[in-house]
Design a protein around this ligand. Structure first.
Ligand code: ZN
Length: 198
């Protein structure tokens, strides 16, 4: 089809007096936010002309972070994201799999294109604390303490104390029947401490 044809012009023009399309309001793309999305924010590099839709609060938050990242290298951005998951407290070293995990996370927030990964994805509490996916041995350690990926560091500490108290020979009339279980519990807690969980 020739783009300068009179038919094309007809199609493209909005006829006068036509009814406006019924307004369907989009919901804010920020995870967990259900407010109407009346504000647009550019998606950024390699996505020119594409926009996220946010509520007022979240478009401001997005723009603030977006400007903050302008001029930062990829490494600084991933450091920032890691830090923001732990409230910008000083954190431990990036794990070997940090890059692989970052790749896997890309675009997982409601399948929204998010090149800077500002939106992140919903993480279980244990993953939030670690800033990454749980490793097998970490999940196993939590399970040894009778917990799972919903556990917080405080849960792990409390459960550890309780189990040690309960399994210790002193609490069992000097019996060492629970020695193996006690060892497993101590080992599990060591694993969680070594990974920076608690
Ligand atoms: Zn919002």
């Amino acid at each position: 089809m020739k783009l300068d044809s009179k038919y094309f012009d007809k199609i493209r023009m909005t006829p006068r007096g036509s009814k406006p399309e019924p307004k369907v309001e989009k919901t804010c793309e920020w995870p967990g936010c259900e407010k109407p999305a009346r504000h647009k924010a550019p998606k950024g590099r390699n996505a020119e002309g594409q926009f996220h839709a946010f509520c007022l609060q979240h478009v401001q938050e997005y723009n603030k972070s977006y400007n903050y990242f302008a001029g930062m290298g990829d490494a600084s951005i991933s450091d920032y994201q890691k830090a923001s998951q732990t409230g910008h407290r000083p954190t431990w070293k990036l794990g070997e799999n940090a890059h692989a995990n970052a790749g896997a996370r890309r675009g997982t927030a409601r399948n929204v294109r998010d090149p800077l990964e500002l939106l992140g994805r919903e993480r279980k509490p244990a993953e939030q604390k670690l800033g990454r996916t749980l490793r097998k041995n970490e999940l196993a350690a939590l399970q040894t303490l009778g917990l799972d990926e919903n556990a917080t560091p405080d849960d792990a500490k409390a459960k550890y104390k309780l189990l040690v108290k309960r399994l210790h020979p002193d609490a069992n009339g000097g019996s060492r029947a629970n020695e193996d279980t006690l060892k497993a519990v101590i080992q599990a807690y060591d694993t969680l401490r070594a990974s920076g969980f608690c």
